[in-house]
Design a protein around this ligand. Structure first.
Ligand code: C2G
Length: 452
């Protein structure tokens, strides 16, 4: 009697097919006698929040076929299809790269689940001239936000996080291990050398120097907020970026999320008439008094820590031409624990309220002559909002959730801009505006009230 063939299943987008995909498919084939490869449809990728897929389904299927490992190619179109396919094809094994470790353990009920070591550090140079290159990116820093970004990067096609930089060897090693990066470095120049791009997630006071150094070496930079605390630094950094043909972006996560983009479009389209006021607040209680945010020597305080968010919304909606700003702060041990900036434009007023030692509602109201947009707290993680009118029966609620942690949208925008594609919005003017207001705040002589 003929021995039953051992059937192996694997799935993927397989966009811009690279050596990591090829090695995965070769080893998948080695797990049995017949390999079935499921290639994701654009609709399914949209559903699961995979961004920046460049090639069509047909191109991706053809590329997988050309490698010669697949005995059958199918399309993965819906959630839950894997269980169905296992049963339909009588699969013995289902396999994924190790970046998915643990995520598909629920399939163990149906067949064997194998996670194959993923290929680290796809070389971008081999794909550099193909027009569709993979951007090799390093992360400078290994704190909270660096972890969040590394965990989210898998969802952006055409991007590979390859390396991490930090002062502490042990932390770097652990970070590289956790996210399966090909290297970690404690020397910034060595770290930068092989990269196309760098994400700067270091303490605030290092942002300018590390961004400048990377741009001067021709690396694209995505820098955490605030990129700088001085307006002239923003201009200086953008000048270097332009000279070296590099993309420079401040990491305003909220800006590129689907809901925020929708709010901006509705305002521009006149849905609430002429906008006369924007009020946005962001408070985050920090109870650990030894935290960096309470240290005046490390540019601590609520305003430097949090004002970028409300100022970004104000800048996007009302522009940069602010006539005057007044600050009201509660101070403690040399830093502001709660601040409201009242801003006056020619035809509008705005307020940005932030706190690290005082808690309040973190919502946003954009008021116009035909109604207002209400974004509930936490508005900076916006996934829904309401358009409210005088006649409440006309109120409408809009829900546009973001996928995952929400960081993939800024990453996708960064990668698209590097590749010279369509850019939703260039945040240079926002960065300049925010740095200008933070600089005014820090110069203190314009602060009207301070309660110690
Ligand atoms: N892969 C790898 N090494 C890389 C990159 C990817 O081994 N450097 C593996 C992934 O782990 C995955 C396969 O190649 O098993 C396809 O990767 P993608 O095209 O990125 O697809 P993915 O988003 O991982 O989809 O239902 C879809 C699947 O769950 C996986």
């Amino acid at each position: 009697m003929e021995k039953k063939k051992r059937i192996v299943l694997t799935y993927g987008t397989f966009d811009l097919l690279h050596e990591g995909h090829a090695k995965l498919l070769k080893r998948a084939k080695g797990l049995g006698d017949f390999l079935i490869v499921g290639v994701t449809t654009p609709e399914y990728d949209r559903y699961r929040g995979k961004l920046n897929v460049v090639q069509s389904l047909e191109e991706r299927k053809a590329a997988v076929a050309q490698l010669g490992y697949a005995d059958m190619i199918i399309e993965e179109a819906v959630d839950g299809q894997k269980v169905h396919d296992i049963q339909k094809f009588g699969a013995d094994v289902i396999t994924f790269g190790s970046d998915w470790r643990g995520k598909f353990d629920y399939l163990k009920k149906y067949c064997e689940v194998v996670y194959l070591e993923r290929t680290k550090g796809i070389s971008s140079s081999s794909l550099r001239n193909s027009g569709n290159r993979i951007i090799s990116m390093g992360i400078a820093g290994n704190g909270r936000i660096a972890h969040r970004l590394a965990a989210e990067a898998y969802a952006v096609s055409g991007l590979e996080i390859t390396s991490v930089f930090g002062r502490n060897e042990e932390h770097c090693r652990e970070f590289a291990k956790k996210y399966e990066l090909s290297s970690w470095k404690t020397n910034y120049d060595d770290f930068l050398e092989p990269l196309d791009a760098v994400y700067i997630a270091l303490p605030h006071h290092l942002h300018v120097d590390f961004t400048q150094h990377a741009l001067e070496r021709g690396k694209h930079v995505l820098c955490e907020k605030p990129m700088t605390l001085h307006r002239e630094d923003v201009n200086m950094l953008y000048d270097i970026a332009t000279k070296n043909n590099c993309v420079l972006m401040e990491a305003f996560k909220t800006l590129w999320t689907p809901s925020f983009q929708r709010v901006i479009s509705m305002v521009r389209e006149g849905e609430i008439g002429t906008v006369h006021s924007v009020d946005a607040a962001f408070t985050k209680l920090v109870t650990d008094r030894t935290d960096r945010v309470y240290d005046p020597n490390q540019a601590g305080g609520a305003f430097t820590e949090l004002a970028s968010y409300p100022l970004l919304a104000i800048s996007r909606i009302l522009g940069e031409d602010v006539k005057s700003v007044e600050f009201h702060s509660f101070m403690q041990d040399g830093v502001d624990i709660y601040t409201r900036a009242n801003m006056r434009y020619e035809h509008a007023i705005a307020s940005a309220t932030v706190g690290i030692g005082v808690k309040r509602e973190g919502d946003m109201v954009i008021a116009g002559t035909k109604g207002y947009i209400y974004v509930p707290a936490p508005w900076w993680k916006i996934d829904c909002f309401e358009l409210r009118r005088e006649d409440v029966r006309q109120n409408q609620r809009y829900v546009t959730p973001f996928e995952g942690d929400g960081l993939r949208y800024e990453l996708a925008e960064f990668v698209r801009t590097i590749k010279g594609g369509y850019s939703v919005c260039n945040p240079q003017t926002d960065s300049t505006f925010i740095a200008e207001i933070i600089e005014q705040f820090r110069s203190r002589d314009t602060i009207k009230d301070m309660f110690d």
